[in-house]
Design a protein around this ligand. Sequence first.
Ligand code: PMT
Length: 222
Amino acid sequence: EQSQDLKGKKVLLTSGPTQEAIDPVRFISNHSSGKMGAAIAEAFANRGAEVHVILGHGAKKPQHANIQITPVKSAQEMYEAALAIHSEADICVFAAAVADYAPKDVASEKIKKSDDHMQITLVKNIDIAYALGQKKAAGQIHVGFALETENEVFHAKNKLAKKNFDLVVLNSMRDQGAGFQHDTNKVSIFFKDGKSIATETLHKKEVAELLVKCVKELPIEI
Ligand code: PMT
């Protein structure tokens, strides 16, 4: 019997990829399957928390009576949906793979093939974790991810500080069975106080349960 120690707590979670439209038939996206996010949503829900998931298109849908899903496509939509409930959330987990840039203009008709080269101008998207990190109130916990390919620890620690996270979960594309698409992940978790823990390759469900444990052990009264 799972303990219901997070009953009455609200969790906001972003999960899956964003899609940034180029024209009515094309978009820019990434390989996120939503498996990591779904496992986290279920781990919190199993502990009694009410979980609100802002879910990128096509990502794995978590299943639990305590989970509510808001489907979105673009980073901007994901931000607006997350912002709408951020102030009520006790714990926020940013597991989504959000496009950093989006096409400046979305063509209203399908772009026709013509020259050998074409250019699409991109503009920076809002950073959801950073923007909500600026609004974080005392007693709110923010958990971020860092998906890296090089200088992993440096970048992860940088994101921990810059985005006002309480802890950051690093997964590296250099590790086998880690990151996008896999049923498994291999992570290092960095805390604000300098403490860190590293795992072997674990099922995403086990990583999610470890994350819940780390959140519960934070010196923050929620
Ligand atoms: O979905 P899966 O296939 O299971 O794969 C899981 C995962 C690899 C997507 C997941 O474990 C993960 O690492 N998610 C974060 C991916 C990412 O885009 O990381 P990042 O290092 O680019 O971003 C850092 C943090 O800022 C993340 O918490 C991200 O959600 C957040 N962010 C980034 C950009 C942006 N515009 N808005 C954000 O909120």
